[in-house]
Design a protein. Sequence first.
Length: 246
Amino acid sequence: MPCDGPASSSRAPAFDIVERSLVVSSAGRSVPAALWLPARALGRPLVLVGHGGSGDKRSAFVTDVLPTLVGRCGFAVAAIDGPVHGERRRDAAAPLEVRDEFRRLWEQGGSVEPMVEDWLCTLETLRALPEVDADRVGYYGLSMGTAYGLPLLAACGGIRAAAIGMWGTSRVHGARLAADARQVRCPTLFSLQWDDEVFTREGQFELFDALACTDKHMLVYPGGHLNPAGRRLESIVQFLASQLSA
């Protein structure tokens, strides 16, 4: 698999990147999805990306991984809009408004099972594509991407590697996520921001400890609840690339 490291600004990507828009049917819901692929490629590993609570399927959190995972590694990357996010909305709310609406939804409960079903239906659709290797699937999601990602990992035994983090047991439904973590057995990288103002270190350590996988690692960087960039992002992307290229 041609992935020898993160692409630098002076080096052109090894693959041209093609974007496709999809709408997946899931229990009567229309799930907006986006898929990025290397041009003229078949049977590529797939990384599902769960965006954060103020973003959507095309937010920077998602697109930041494309130059390396798709452009250099030749992987496929897919994302769906979370509940009350992106094209699931009927209005154009500001990111902080969307974040606050998601937090209220999370506290109310009831959004996890539909979101997991939406991911599973999306994955089934993507696995049927000739461009995707159905046996090499990874997951990447921080913050809200972990809140919905852990239940997905618990429900889907076919995911081979995961990069999660920036969520813990200190908020509501923490016990449920810890129970999901005890079902996760794929190699997992957990990213923690030492100065995270949203989740306690102790709660994040507890979630990490609950992971049932023996091949698990914690990536710790200073700073607050922010999207990964620079070396932190490179470490996450290279972890997924190495696991799915094996």
